[in-house]
Design a binder for this molecule. Sequence first.
Ligand code: MF3
Ligand code: CO
Ligand code: CO
Length: 247
Amino acid sequence: MNIKSEREILLMKEAGHINYLAHKEMEKYIKPGVTTLELDKRIHDFIVKHGAVPSCLHYEGFPASACICVNEEVVHGIPGKRVLHDGDIVKLDFTVRKNGYESDMTRTYLVGNVSSEIRQMVKDTEDALYAGLSVVKPGNRIGDISHAIETYAHTHGLSVVEELVGHGIGTQMHEDPEVPNYGEAGKGPRLKKGMTLAIEPMLNMGKKEVCLLDNDWTVVTEDGSPSCHFEHTIVVTDDGYEILTGE
Ligand code: MF3
Ligand code: CO
Ligand code: CO
């Protein structure tokens, strides 16, 4: 299932690197007063300037190049007039396609001065992603990743969104297998060298329940509590993993 050749992995790394660079570039622009639509425009233009395709745009009708979520918005936020304020968190989640291969990456960013409680949550969510990655190697199973993320989240007082999951990735943004952020160790498909996965914990400060807004895209926490999200595209290697959405 979903095994890529050396050549395909190189192409995904090219797409992933542009994705990483676009994220880095956006650090300059995230500050109080900016709208999510302005950020989306910058992401779009950066990707196009690098000869790649912002593949979220028009994906199943999605109207923008990036999913941009503020505070209680969990995923699939539609960029628009919402203005970032001091103390907010903002999540940029976007895919970059180059030469027919996809990459998917998300980071949660701090806007101005953010409370220590929320800063801790952002750190814990990124660390939960790395807890999941730490068990990636041939022979282990998807459930090992799921269980590692869930355990890390719960140990740090965060709840796990269950409705949305990580996924295989390649020529398609979403491929098999699904990678839930909760589950049982030792269960699920076995990891094999050359599998490419997008691993993406979505963790809430309050309850795990989410709901869908009237725009039919944006998922928010039911209790209005903040939600954090980090995502990397990785490949399973001989003895572990390599991040494709990196330097
Ligand atoms: N990047 C999202 C993911 O992590 C998918 C976004 S699909 C879109 O799987 F249509 F909303 F862009
Ligand atoms: Co994504
Ligand atoms: Co994804």
